[in-house]
Design a protein around this ligand. Structure first.
Ligand code: ADP
Ligand code: MG
Length: 307
């Protein structure tokens, strides 16, 4: 065809199921030498399921009440973990309460007013320690905190993501959530390793135990866990300061700053947040991770034809 090589690369990428936003994007994708992958929703299917419900003894909630409380607070959130919590409550026919003052804490969780209580749901590492500081005089609260830590450790050692539920800053229970690897995760990591000469890095807000568990299954050894959105940006900037050209692949609101900061950013389209899709240079529209090494290869070929 007579189409310029980079335009025909865009068309080819489209045929592979990747929407590139411009010819410049295709050019830059051909230059990347380092790949940073997000975990939840990127390496995993992003449709996690609630597997465990642990109300804290003495906190005044049973399994159903714990789940209903968490799901009410999570209902406005588009995070994959929030969708899992809401789906579990719906499956059990639990009534959700309309909330006020909802806000999401990217990379941490959510908080909202439920029946005049402040309910916070999210990452134990982020939420249990502030609670410890607030509750240090209250004997009961300290006992709850110790129990919550023990439940979290048990779940994380089993490779689950633990989510804590706080009511007015006090832990009332812990949920265990499990996600599945995408079927093409292992092959994609292998292909990206061949393309760049080293394995991709895992950047995740999730806990280090769950992250290592999953990374080992796909052949990733460099794992950076417990990251906030700004920590993902810092990791990207650190590599780019050393002259590396980084491709970030992510799906969440929490990935948007890193997608913007990196040499190239690709968002997973199907479950991706609006912000990630808007910020990324290219979007995987067919829900397959394996399209990513394919379009990097395409971009390299197109660049050689241009030069
Ligand atoms: P990842 O980088 O793996 O996609 P995120 O940065 O989105 O993960 O989230 C990091 C951690 O913050 C999650 O593992 C979870 O513990 C917590 N978290 C974030 N959003 C929520 C939410 N809506 N509900 C519960 N926990 C959440
Ligand atoms: Mg994600």
């Amino acid at each position: 065809s007579t189409m310029p090589p980079l335009l025909s690369a865009i068309a080819n990428a489209g045929r592979h199921g990747v929407l590139a936003k411009s010819a410049v994007v295709m050019e830059r994708l051909g230059e990347i030498d380092t790949v940073a992958l997000d975990k939840t929703g990127t390496l995993t299917e992003g449709t996690p399921h609630v597997t465990d419900l642990y109300p804290l003894p003495g906190a005044g909630v049973d399994e159903g009440a714990l789940l209903a409380l968490a799901a009410s607070a999570e209902n406005p959130s588009e995070h994959p973990l929030a969708r899992a919590v809401v789906a579990a409550a719906r499956e059990r026919g639990l009534p959700l309460t309309a909330v006020e003052d909802f806000s999401s804490l990217p990379g941490r969780g959510v908080t909202a007013a439920v029946d005049a209580h402040t309910v916070t749901v999210g990452a134990p590492a982020r939420l249990l320690d502030p609670a410890a500081q607030q509750a240090h005089q209250a004997h009961q609260a300290t006992a709850h905190l110790a129990m919550a830590h023990a439940m979290v450790a048990e779940l994380e050692e089993a490779g689950r993501t633990a989510v804590v539920v706080l009511r007015d800053q006090e832990p009332v229970g812990v949920l265990g959530i499990a996600d599945r690897l995408r079927p093409d995760a292992m092959a994609t990591v292998a292909a990206l390793t061949r393309l760049t000469g080293h394995a991709p890095v895992l950047l995740t807000g999730d806990n280090v135990r769950a992250a290592r568990h999953l990374a080992a299954e796909v052949g990733i050894t460099d794992v950076r866990a417990g990251l906030l959105p700004e920590d993902k940006v810092a990791a990207v900037k650190e590599w780019e300061a050393k002259g590396r050209r980084v491709l970030v692949v992510g799906d969440g609101v929490n990935d948007a700053p890193a997608l913007a900061a990196a040499h190239s950013g690709i968002a997973m389209g199907k479950a991706g947040s609006d912000l990630a899709l808007k910020t990324a240079d290219a979007v995987v529209v067919r829900d397959e991770l394996a399209t990513i090494p394919s379009i990097v290869r395409l971009s390299r070929t197109a660049r050689r034809l241009v030069v």
